[in-house]
Design a protein around this ligand. Structure first.
Ligand SMILES: C[S@@+](CC[C@H](N)C(=O)[O-])C[C@H]1O[C@@H](n2cnc3c(N)ncnc32)[C@H](O)[C@@H]1O
Length: 191
Protein backbone atom coordinates (compact mmCIF):
# COMPACT_ATOMS: atom_id res chain seq x y z
CA UNK A 1 0.00 0.00 0.00
CA UNK A 2 1.23 3.51 -0.79
CA UNK A 3 2.28 6.10 1.75
CA UNK A 4 0.07 8.97 2.82
CA UNK A 5 0.65 11.79 0.31
CA UNK A 6 1.07 15.44 1.15
CA UNK A 7 -0.54 18.25 -0.83
CA UNK A 8 2.85 19.06 -2.43
CA UNK A 9 3.01 15.63 -4.02
CA UNK A 10 -0.51 16.01 -5.49
CA UNK A 11 0.48 19.48 -6.69
CA UNK A 12 3.34 18.03 -8.66
CA UNK A 13 1.07 15.40 -10.25
CA UNK A 14 -1.58 17.94 -11.24
CA UNK A 15 1.10 20.29 -12.65
CA UNK A 16 2.87 17.56 -14.59
CA UNK A 17 -0.28 16.08 -16.10
CA UNK A 18 -2.19 19.28 -16.67
CA UNK A 19 -3.20 18.37 -20.23
CA UNK A 20 -4.57 15.01 -19.19
CA UNK A 21 -6.51 16.54 -16.29
CA UNK A 22 -7.99 19.29 -18.46
CA UNK A 23 -9.35 16.92 -21.12
CA UNK A 24 -13.18 16.76 -21.16
CA UNK A 25 -14.54 14.40 -18.49
CA UNK A 26 -16.15 12.09 -21.06
CA UNK A 27 -12.68 11.25 -22.40
CA UNK A 28 -11.56 10.08 -18.95
CA UNK A 29 -11.79 6.48 -17.64
CA UNK A 30 -13.53 7.79 -14.50
CA UNK A 31 -16.43 9.30 -16.47
CA UNK A 32 -18.78 6.46 -15.48
CA UNK A 33 -17.92 6.95 -11.80
CA UNK A 34 -18.57 10.73 -11.92
CA UNK A 35 -21.81 10.13 -13.83
CA UNK A 36 -23.04 7.61 -11.23
CA UNK A 37 -22.36 10.14 -8.46
CA UNK A 38 -23.99 13.00 -10.38
CA UNK A 39 -27.15 11.00 -11.14
CA UNK A 40 -27.63 10.26 -7.45
CA UNK A 41 -27.73 13.99 -6.57
CA UNK A 42 -31.28 15.42 -6.45
CA UNK A 43 -31.52 18.14 -9.20
CA UNK A 44 -31.64 21.23 -6.97
CA UNK A 45 -29.56 19.95 -4.06
CA UNK A 46 -26.54 21.94 -2.94
CA UNK A 47 -23.35 19.87 -3.05
CA UNK A 48 -20.14 19.90 -1.02
CA UNK A 49 -17.48 17.90 -2.89
CA UNK A 50 -14.67 16.70 -0.61
CA UNK A 51 -11.37 16.24 -2.47
CA UNK A 52 -12.73 17.66 -5.74
CA UNK A 53 -9.47 17.24 -7.71
CA UNK A 54 -9.45 19.00 -11.09
CA UNK A 55 -13.21 19.65 -11.09
CA UNK A 56 -14.39 16.86 -13.39
CA UNK A 57 -17.27 15.91 -11.13
CA UNK A 58 -18.61 19.49 -11.04
CA UNK A 59 -18.67 19.55 -14.84
CA UNK A 60 -20.41 16.18 -15.05
CA UNK A 61 -22.91 17.25 -12.36
CA UNK A 62 -23.96 20.23 -14.50
CA UNK A 63 -24.17 18.15 -17.68
CA UNK A 64 -26.43 15.69 -15.82
CA UNK A 65 -28.80 18.50 -14.83
CA UNK A 66 -27.60 19.17 -11.27
CA UNK A 67 -28.19 22.87 -10.82
CA UNK A 68 -27.76 23.46 -7.07
CA UNK A 69 -24.98 25.40 -5.39
CA UNK A 70 -21.65 23.57 -5.52
CA UNK A 71 -18.45 23.94 -3.49
CA UNK A 72 -15.40 21.77 -4.21
CA UNK A 73 -12.60 21.48 -1.63
CA UNK A 74 -9.12 20.11 -2.18
CA UNK A 75 -5.82 20.68 -0.42
CA UNK A 76 -3.89 20.71 -3.71
CA UNK A 77 -3.75 24.29 -4.95
CA UNK A 78 -2.86 23.01 -8.44
CA UNK A 79 -6.02 20.89 -8.49
CA UNK A 80 -8.06 23.91 -7.40
CA UNK A 81 -6.50 26.06 -10.16
CA UNK A 82 -7.37 23.48 -12.83
CA UNK A 83 -10.89 23.10 -11.43
CA UNK A 84 -11.41 26.88 -11.62
CA UNK A 85 -10.21 26.89 -15.25
CA UNK A 86 -13.16 24.68 -16.15
CA UNK A 87 -15.46 27.65 -15.47
CA UNK A 88 -18.34 25.45 -14.35
CA UNK A 89 -21.36 27.69 -13.84
CA UNK A 90 -22.29 28.28 -10.20
CA UNK A 91 -19.35 26.21 -8.96
CA UNK A 92 -16.78 27.46 -6.44
CA UNK A 93 -13.50 25.72 -5.63
CA UNK A 94 -11.43 26.33 -2.51
CA UNK A 95 -8.20 25.02 -1.11
CA UNK A 96 -8.77 23.20 2.18
CA UNK A 97 -7.28 20.29 4.06
CA UNK A 98 -10.20 17.99 4.88
CA UNK A 99 -8.61 17.22 8.22
CA UNK A 100 -9.57 20.79 9.15
CA UNK A 101 -13.12 20.67 7.84
CA UNK A 102 -15.68 22.18 10.22
CA UNK A 103 -19.22 21.00 10.85
CA UNK A 104 -20.44 24.58 10.29
CA UNK A 105 -19.44 24.41 6.62
CA UNK A 106 -20.89 20.90 6.17
CA UNK A 107 -24.23 22.04 7.59
CA UNK A 108 -24.69 24.53 4.72
CA UNK A 109 -25.06 21.77 2.10
CA UNK A 110 -27.73 19.19 1.29
CA UNK A 111 -25.50 16.48 -0.14
CA UNK A 112 -21.86 15.54 0.41
CA UNK A 113 -19.95 13.94 -2.45
CA UNK A 114 -16.47 12.46 -2.26
CA UNK A 115 -14.97 10.49 -5.16
CA UNK A 116 -11.86 8.38 -4.49
CA UNK A 117 -10.75 10.34 -1.41
CA UNK A 118 -11.58 8.37 1.76
CA UNK A 119 -8.82 5.88 0.92
CA UNK A 120 -6.31 8.76 1.04
CA UNK A 121 -7.18 9.74 4.60
CA UNK A 122 -5.81 7.96 7.67
CA UNK A 123 -8.84 9.07 9.64
CA UNK A 124 -11.61 8.87 7.08
CA UNK A 125 -14.03 7.78 9.81
CA UNK A 126 -13.55 11.04 11.74
CA UNK A 127 -14.50 12.85 8.53
CA UNK A 128 -17.61 10.68 8.17
CA UNK A 129 -18.58 11.52 11.78
CA UNK A 130 -18.52 15.19 10.82
CA UNK A 131 -21.08 14.51 8.06
CA UNK A 132 -23.76 13.18 10.45
CA UNK A 133 -27.31 13.50 9.12
CA UNK A 134 -26.19 14.25 5.56
CA UNK A 135 -26.73 12.18 2.45
CA UNK A 136 -23.22 11.11 1.46
CA UNK A 137 -22.36 9.81 -2.00
CA UNK A 138 -18.86 8.43 -2.32
CA UNK A 139 -16.67 6.09 -4.30
CA UNK A 140 -13.68 4.05 -3.16
CA UNK A 141 -11.32 2.01 -5.36
CA UNK A 142 -11.03 -1.74 -5.81
CA UNK A 143 -7.31 -1.25 -6.55
CA UNK A 144 -4.19 -0.01 -4.80
CA UNK A 145 -2.31 3.11 -5.95
CA UNK A 146 0.08 5.81 -4.73
CA UNK A 147 -1.29 7.59 -1.70
CA UNK A 148 -3.88 4.95 -0.78
CA UNK A 149 -3.77 4.08 2.90
CA UNK A 150 -6.39 1.37 2.24
CA UNK A 151 -8.36 -0.02 -0.70
CA UNK A 152 -11.34 -2.27 -1.21
CA UNK A 153 -10.76 -5.39 -3.32
CA UNK A 154 -14.09 -6.98 -2.31
CA UNK A 155 -17.51 -5.54 -1.53
CA UNK A 156 -17.22 -7.01 1.96
CA UNK A 157 -14.21 -4.77 2.67
CA UNK A 158 -16.44 -1.74 2.10
CA UNK A 159 -19.18 -3.24 4.24
CA UNK A 160 -16.71 -3.88 7.07
CA UNK A 161 -15.37 -0.34 7.10
CA UNK A 162 -18.45 1.78 6.46
CA UNK A 163 -21.77 -0.01 7.07
CA UNK A 164 -21.89 0.87 10.77
CA UNK A 165 -21.25 4.51 9.97
CA UNK A 166 -24.30 5.03 7.73
CA UNK A 167 -28.03 4.51 7.78
CA UNK A 168 -28.98 2.27 4.84
CA UNK A 169 -25.65 2.23 3.05
CA UNK A 170 -26.09 1.07 -0.56
CA UNK A 171 -22.94 -0.29 -2.20
CA UNK A 172 -22.56 -1.21 -5.86
CA UNK A 173 -19.80 -1.62 -8.43
CA UNK A 174 -18.99 1.21 -10.83
CA UNK A 175 -16.01 0.64 -13.13
CA UNK A 176 -13.03 -0.23 -10.92
CA UNK A 177 -14.64 1.33 -7.85
CA UNK A 178 -17.45 0.94 -5.37
CA UNK A 179 -20.27 3.45 -5.44
CA UNK A 180 -21.70 4.06 -1.96
CA UNK A 181 -24.69 6.05 -0.82
CA UNK A 182 -26.15 6.51 2.66
CA UNK A 183 -26.97 8.97 5.43
CA UNK A 184 -24.01 9.42 7.79
CA UNK A 185 -24.54 8.59 11.46
CA UNK A 186 -23.11 10.68 14.24
CA UNK A 187 -20.31 9.17 16.36
CA UNK A 188 -22.76 8.60 19.22
CA UNK A 189 -25.02 6.45 16.99
CA UNK A 190 -22.26 4.06 15.92
CA UNK A 191 -22.39 0.73 17.79
C1 LIG B 1 -7.80 10.37 -6.50
S1 LIG B 1 -8.07 12.09 -6.37
C2 LIG B 1 -9.83 12.16 -6.60
C3 LIG B 1 -10.28 13.44 -7.26
C4 LIG B 1 -11.78 13.53 -7.57
N1 LIG B 1 -12.59 13.56 -6.37
C5 LIG B 1 -12.27 12.41 -8.46
O1 LIG B 1 -13.34 11.86 -8.21
O2 LIG B 1 -11.60 12.11 -9.46
C6 LIG B 1 -7.90 12.39 -4.62
C7 LIG B 1 -7.95 13.87 -4.29
O3 LIG B 1 -8.02 14.01 -2.86
C8 LIG B 1 -7.25 15.13 -2.50
N2 LIG B 1 -6.89 14.97 -1.08
C9 LIG B 1 -6.19 13.96 -0.49
N3 LIG B 1 -6.05 14.18 0.82
C10 LIG B 1 -6.68 15.37 1.08
C11 LIG B 1 -6.88 16.15 2.26
N4 LIG B 1 -6.39 15.77 3.45
N5 LIG B 1 -7.56 17.30 2.15
C12 LIG B 1 -8.05 17.72 0.96
N6 LIG B 1 -7.90 17.03 -0.21
C13 LIG B 1 -7.22 15.87 -0.13
C14 LIG B 1 -6.06 15.10 -3.45
O4 LIG B 1 -5.43 16.36 -3.58
C15 LIG B 1 -6.73 14.66 -4.75
O5 LIG B 1 -7.15 15.74 -5.53
Amino acid sequence: MGKLRKAASYNEGYRRQQRRFMAPPDKHPSHGRWTALARAVPPKASVLDLGCGAGHFAEVLRSEGGEGRYLGLDYSIEAVKLARQREVSGATFKRMDLRKLQRKLVSRFDVIVSGQVFEHLEDDLALVDLLAGKLVLFTVPTFDSAGHVRWFPQRQTVVDRYTDRFHGLVIGPVGRSWFCCGVAKGASEVC
